[in-house]
Design a binder for this molecule. Sequence first.
Ligand code: ACO
Length: 330
Amino acid sequence: MGTKIIGTGCYTPERVLTNHDLEKMVDTSDEWIRTRTGIEERHIAADGESASDMAYPACIRALEASGTSPDEIGMIIVATVCPDYPFPSTACVLQRKLKVSPGAICLDMQAACSGFIYALDIVNSMVKTHPSLKKALVVGVEKITMLTDWEDRNTCVLFGDGAGAVVLEARRDSQDGGGIVASKLSADGNFTDILMVKAGGSAMPLTKEVMDQRLQYIRMEGQEVFKQAVNAMVGACKEVLQEAGVTSSEIRWLIPHQANRRIIEAVGKRLNLTEENVFINVSRYGNTSAASIAIALDEIARGGKVERGEYLLLTAFGAGLTWGATLLRW
Ligand code: ACO
């Protein structure tokens, strides 16, 4: 018993900010950004565009791709660090926008850039204890540029906005054998300080003084995050492969969280994968946090880049630190 992805969708905002645009905003260069990160451009949400506004078209596309009507959806889970409101959840806002029937389970979850694979695993586990749960929407969405300090060249070149969604269907018999095969999730709160937004929560409410110090924005020790990220993702990937009895040579696509091309390539190399098997789209979107793997999945599915029965290995890391890996059979 488990779940299978039966439809995908994504959305990115219209406005594109290129590296050359950033050259006019901070002391940086297209060359520095491309060589250190692999990023060339990113999409930026409009001022009034909320997380649920971006998630909505991604969900509609996933519903259409899977031939699912909103009243079949028994659960919506939204992975985000940029909810529409402190409460109610963005999942409840989406439920109303999508006209998903009252009675569905709706919640947001926060595991930063690992949020989407955390959410997949939660639904995959919940179908086992909720027999009436047949189909769920799993969404990764971020308006991360609202947490971006546009005066800090160390971070403002890295991020972009967007949304991705999948419809997961409960599989109570083997059918075509596809679905979530194995998953490993982890966190280590000893590293909260190396990547965080200090202000805006209950620990440090927003005041003028706090905002003058720009503490409402992302602060990151880039090199430390880099080091932790590679080790964590490689370790999680090896664990799920071992648990499933699958070798890396059987993986059609490694789909890592798209934070930095160098991190992605290092992970692929340490898993003995060639570049034909490592999916990279960070050049066009930057780091869209919880949305990145969901957007990548949609590009792979819509681009006809995966055949039924092939293995996809998703892996992510993010603030917390959180990390994990999920092995899917398409
Ligand atoms: N343009 C030009 N120079 C820059 C820029 C920039 N945008 N940013 C930093 N520099 C400078 C630094 O000031 C430094 O200069 P100095 O040597 O004179 O002090 C120099 O470039 C080197 O800086 P490093 O930080 O050592 O650069 P590094 O090669 O480590 O690359 C980067 C930085 C890209 C941030 C890298 O460390 C990285 O990708 N880390 C991982 C970040 C990440 O993936 N975060 C994702 C998690 S996000 C989440 O969970 C929400």
